[in-house]
Write a protein that binds this ligand. Sequence first.
Ligand SMILES: *Cc1c(COP(=O)(O)O)cnc(C)c1O
Length: 359
Amino acid sequence: MINVTRTFLPPFEEYCREIRGLWDTRVVTNMGPRHEAFREALESFLGVPRVSLFSNGHLALEALLRAMELPAGGEVITTPFTFISTVNAIIRCGLVPVFADVLPSDGTMDADSARSLIGPRTVAILPVHVYGNLCDVDKLGALAAEHSLPIIYDAAHAFGVKYRGASALSFGDASIVSFHATKVFSTMEGGAVVPGKNSGILQALEDEKNFGIRGYEECVSPGGNAKMNELQAAMGICNLRHFPEVLERRRALYENYRRHLKGVGFLEPREAVEPNYSYMPVLVERRDKMYEKLMAAGIHARKYFYPLASDFAFCRDCPGAGSTPVARDLSSRVLCLPLYPELGEREQDKIIFCISENN
Ligand SMILES: *Cc1c(COP(=O)(O)O)cnc(C)c1O
């Protein structure tokens, strides 16, 4: 079976070298030396002043929402065309998701739709850089500023994406990114918050991930536990070295798909964006039939993102649910094709052939 993705791993010996010292020091977690080295390497790779590492992207998002101290019961404008983690984090933090529609060109939040949903209970805007397609950060940023609302980005898909030379993770009040095994850059499980213009939340993030403990005898808040351990950080250090070659291979495969796939629709990243080729979404008219045909041929494409988050029972009564026709249309036609560094040319040819046969 050709799956939609395959986790990239560094050479086994390289990883072993990176974790060898753990057997001497016995420091395996709690912001140890690998954690600090990885954090610094990330900061310089991304060109941002500070990164806060987490055990996974979801807990990074929950910690960020809590660190922002948004009023309980407040409404957070997001989109239903995302992985359910985005919406679950909002609800689990005692906030209410409000569903704005997306743009047909790239699946990111439609600023005009978001504008129409802003009301007295709105406390934040949470757009998603879906598939690594950068949101219209200029328009959304201006909208947030106009209404004095914080804007935080779910940039789980956007590691390595750049806009006018700057990291996609540097916009808004803060962004979260995921280093899950299925993402373009991975620490097996892992994630981070990258504070943008809101660096004042750094201490609160540290408290959220480590029980609110400061020093040996002080606890300042009922924080949770979401620390990245040394084995995860060591994987991050190795994979960061390999990221340029991973990106290059993904780009080649992506461009080959674009050259050879006929009769399907594509989503286009906006102007001045350097993409990370993290997904290969295509739009097909009889999507479910295509999905079955590919499955029968041993190709497991995925219907990301179907169903819409707003269609799940616990979201159906939230404001905006069911009123996002563009998101619904994309969700009914999208299929993410296999794309990962080790995908072979013959495997890719087979996928392209199978699509042209059944389109
Ligand atoms: C993967 C993902 C997350 C959650 O990240 P984890 O590291 O898996 O916890 C959040 N939002 C989106 C859009 C994602 O794709």
